[in-house]
Write a protein of this length. Sequence first.
Length: 724
Amino acid sequence: MSPTFRTVLALTPLCAAFSSAAQSLPAPQAPPPTELETVQVQGTVYDARREDTATRIVVGAEALRQYGDIGLVDALKRLPGITVGTGAPGRSGTLSLRGLGAGYTQILLNGQKAPAGFDLDSLTPEMVERVEIIRAPTADQRAEAIAGSINIVLAAGARKDSGQLSVAWGNSNGRNTPSVSWQRNRRADHRSSAITATASRREFLVEETGTERAWNRQGIPTTLRDTSLRASGNRDVLSLAPSLEATLENGDTFALQGFADASRFNRITDIDWATTLGAPLQTTRYQQRTRIDVAQANGSMTWTRAFERGGTFTTKLRLGGNRERYTYREQGQAADGRQNLEDYTDARLTVGDLNSSGKYTLPARGRHALQLGWEGSEDRRDEARVQQLLPVHEGGVVAISDLAFDARIRRLALYVQDDISLSERWSLYAGARWEQIDTRSDGSSFSGIQRRDQVLSPVLQSLWKMPGTRGDQLRVALTRTYRSPTLASLIPRPYTSTNNRPLNPDERGNPALRPELATGVDLSYETYGKDGAQLSIGGYARRISEVIRTETHLQDGRWVATPVNGGTAMTWGLEMDTAFRLPQLIAGAPAVAVRFNATANDSRVDDVPGPDNRLDEQVRFSGTLGADYEIRTGWTVGGSYTYRTGGTVQVSPGQFEISAYGRELDLYSLWSLRAGSKLRLSLNNALHRALHTGQERVSEDGTEQLRRQRRASPLLRLQLELPL
């Protein structure tokens, strides 16, 4: 059964009276004509980043589409504090905020946790209305955000009738990336609708080389191997995002929003190993063929009612899921050229998500804006896999592994929050969220495990506008957040590796994982000037308990990597971002719009000895410098340089991961043509610097080291946008 809950709200009536009087006296004759001076009324666009008590950075659709990126993830890497890791061939890397991904950064879709199994690679900038970077959570959003949250708000409704067709073609390393996108917005008296449809193909070619070395305790070399990898393939995606908003006769508002996509991923990977020192690997040459078919859909229904005496009630129901079919074929040869591996694996994965939420905003009373709400959800993951190891020599037998797994997470949350205006210059946000998490996992190879955890997440945020200034203000936030294990990490499904060894172990989940808990503080100073100029400088700190980290052990003759709960950790950092026009600093300079952001992060994990005992895959420094210049009316050029550090992280005692340094230069040129058409030419990753990654293991037997180098290629892309 799904969780049930009952919330009793005490309604506080608030009466207000408005009176006006108008008196008109008859005149004996018409008055003479009078010429009136022209009166101009100018409205100020609300700036959520500047005015909201709860801190957030809002990036609109125009900025997201500026470089003509084929995917939304490609556009997010330029935003303050966001980095994108190195993904598997043909896939995007993990999104990180403040240098922390892998569950520390919460991805929200329209203000709610993205459905389990949701594929971010399916989103394009054309589907998105805005992106919000939320460094400190609020009580109405899940507190599963130790590093912060990235809220992706899909385009919905329409302000006016419009339509657009975008056709694009790109090329990278000799592989094509065509795409087409169609948008249609319609608005009537009490109803508006929008629909976006996209189709794209992303072909890829990834080439990588590597060297594996080992030394014994005396420092004498014992192993030297060289490897090469070549992965090629394509990913075809068809997406549809419709929405409808309506105002009913009684004043209630009703909204429907959906998203669906189907994709097919094909990849062929050839791997070769050459051993010049030490024992050769069992399989020195092998080819892997992977095909993944994914269909995902989610939809939401939102209803809002405003009461005559003040106050509103909003409820939302969301249903989503995805279905994945996975086919894997691997053939391998030994050093003498004889075939010694024939692996046929077929898997089925089904993920479901049901979410219900509601919020009651009490009638305004004095300085308070009080809200009460709930959220209940169930995420389910069912997986079945059949692996067949076929005989490769006469007299061999077929080895069959037929496994099934099931995991489920149920959540129930209640929250209260209040936005308090203490004065014209000082506002306070206070909230608390109680959440109960029930986890269950079952499988054909282990006994069922059930857990129940409860988390109370208070949050306090304050905004103080400094007296005697027009745009200076200070922010502070005190938070309690958490990180819960993913469904995949709870299932002890073995992901077996070819040539199993400490640097290439099998992977297995852990049903006994517990959530991480964090207590933190955020501080920042902001100043705002004319024409959009702004500067923000701040810092943060988090203390994390029950840190989840990966340990590798020898089990039944095979090396296996498993996530486990460890001790405590501290993470902290400094961050800044600014935007201005060059003439504001240098008189007479060209009207160049400049953007710059930088984030420095660090951490220490207590139960992992130094050096480099930081949180897994943490990026210690990242920054982006961007500029835009309108050469003449209708012609704009721009570019951005993004940098992130890499280096060594000790993820568990003696186990090191080496992440890549990133240096990317993106350029674009935008021409406004006749009748509202636009032509956009972009060059992404113009520097095409190679990516260096690796692993290292230090034990009583000595040191093992693996270094990889991946070639990078620029992407040239041309996009034509036509109004309809």
